[in-house]
Design a protein around this ligand. Structure first.
Ligand code: NIG
Ligand code: FE
Length: 405
């Protein structure tokens, strides 16, 4: 128990956890409890201590000996789009590769066609269904990228839908502009890069906090990525990069030297770029659902990042082409089984480090006084049981800003 000034009253206390994972220096508190007021964590401690300090608390939530921890932060998703691409999965199962499908006008281009055809209302309704599924699976904060418009009208439509989801759904939504997802089939490459780096940036910067680029064969080269990042930074965007998913083009190093907050994917990255990330403090966002869904043996190796002190985050990359999964619990399992994370590291990667990847670690990702009461209760006893019972939704309660949703 810390010697803080206890307020007289709190709105609610979650009690009787198997363990409370605070993701702070207090670590896991056996039988821990968390007191909440006005949507904010007031204090954490032992159940008997908090019940003694706040004997009048009107709302006692019994965790019934289940695990209590911060809600998941899904820091990399492409949640707003129309259509689906299960046909491409079938093609891949017969031997086609993701990049072949993209280069032949399918892949991202196929979702661009469907998204251009969809109304804002349709996209919003689809987004609502998806974000609700995420909330049921324990996500309390979600980053959403545009990138299936690749023209001014549709990119704006996507960004406005993401903003509307942010306004109307209890989850916190962080918005990223990804006009640089790939070059649209109807436009000349040079012309498209000129448009991306020109005055359109100012328009988009009103709707999005971050700017992201897919640096990859079939998308943007390292040189183009540099132009794009420089222009976006000048327009006031914070930066993110899809780096090293299939090929090591040096994008992770460029992300680090450009001051990007995160480099994402990172299956293919050289030691020099790792050192640059370590020096710059770039967060490594690993997306193990992607190699899993694409049936690739190339998972990112979390140990290489952790050895150098680089914060490792996990995210779903939820999108119709390379990972249609809503489940951060599944990403924890994949992170443990294929990326070399321990269960404790994977849980930190899905919460506090993921909050760092979107610059929200002062608000969420751990349970400590002053942070949002973004809390989940799961039907397991410890972090280690999360990967162990992989593949089912273990979340029994999702609490966002102190409110059960
Ligand atoms: O992060 N890599 C690029 N973008 C997405 C996939 C988008 C798609 O296939 O629709 C990703 O994997
Ligand atoms: Fe992505």
């Amino acid at each position: 128990m810390t010697d803080i000034d206890h307020p007289k009253q709190v709105d609610s206390i979650i009690v009787n956890s198997s363990q409370l994972l605070t993701m702070t220096e207090s670590g896991a508190i056996p039988g821990g409890a968390v007191a909440v007021q006005d949507g904010v964590v007031i204090e954490t401690g032992k159940t008997e201590d908090l019940l003694r300090i706040y004997p009048e608390c009107p709302d006692i939530i019994d965790a019934e000996n289940q695990l209590v921890m911060p809600g998941f932060v899904d820091c990399h998703t492409h949640l707003v789009f129309a259509g689906e691409r299960s046909g491409e999965m079938e093609m891949r199962l017969k031997g086609a590769s993701y990049l072949e499908i993209l280069k032949s006008g399918g892949g991202i281009h196929s979702t661009v066609r469907a998204t251009r055809d969809a109304s804002a209302e349709e996209l919003f309704n689809l987004g609502m269904e998806r974000i609700n599924r995420m909330a049921r699976n324990g996500t309390t904060t979600v980053e959403i990228k545009s990138g299936y418009g690749l023209d001014e009208e549709t990119e704006l439509k996507m960004l406005k839908v993401a903003r509307k989801l942010s306004a109307e759904h209890p989850l916190d939504v962080i918005v990223t502009y990804l006009g640089a997802h790939t070059v649209p089939t109807e436009t000349d490459r040079k012309e498209y890069v000129r448009w991306l780096t020109g005055s359109s940036l100012e328009t988009f910067s009103e709707y999005a906090e971050f700017f992201d680029v897919f640096c990859e064969e079939g998308a943007f080269s390292l040189e183009e990525t540099k132009l794009l990042l420089d222009a976006a930074a000048n327009a006031g965007f914070r930066l993110k990069v899809h780096a090293g998913q299939f090929n090591d083009l040096g994008a992770a190093g460029l992300a680090a030297s450009s001051g990007a907050i995160s480099a994402d994917h990172l299956e293919n990255i050289g030691d020099d770029d790792l050192d640059l990330m370590a020096e710059a403090g770039t967060v490594a966002v690993l997306l193990p659902g992607v190699p899993f869904f694409l049936q690739s043996p190339d998972y990112p190796d979390a140990r290489r990042f952790i050895e150098r002190g680089i914060p490792v985050a996990l995210a779903t990359d939820f999108n119709p082409g390379s990972c249609p999964s809503y489940s951060m619990q599944m990403m924890i399992a994949l992170g443990v089984f294929y990326c070399g994370l321990t269960a404790d590291e994977a849980v930190a990667a899905a919460t506090l480090n993921a909050a760092k990847a979107i610059d929200r670690e002062d608000q969420t990702g751990s349970l400590e006084p002053g942070k949002k009461a973004d809390i989940i209760i799961l039907d397991v006893k410890s972090a280690g049981e999360l990967p162990y019972y992989f593949g089912t939704n273990l979340v029994t309660k999702t609490i966002k800003d102190g409110v059960l949703i």
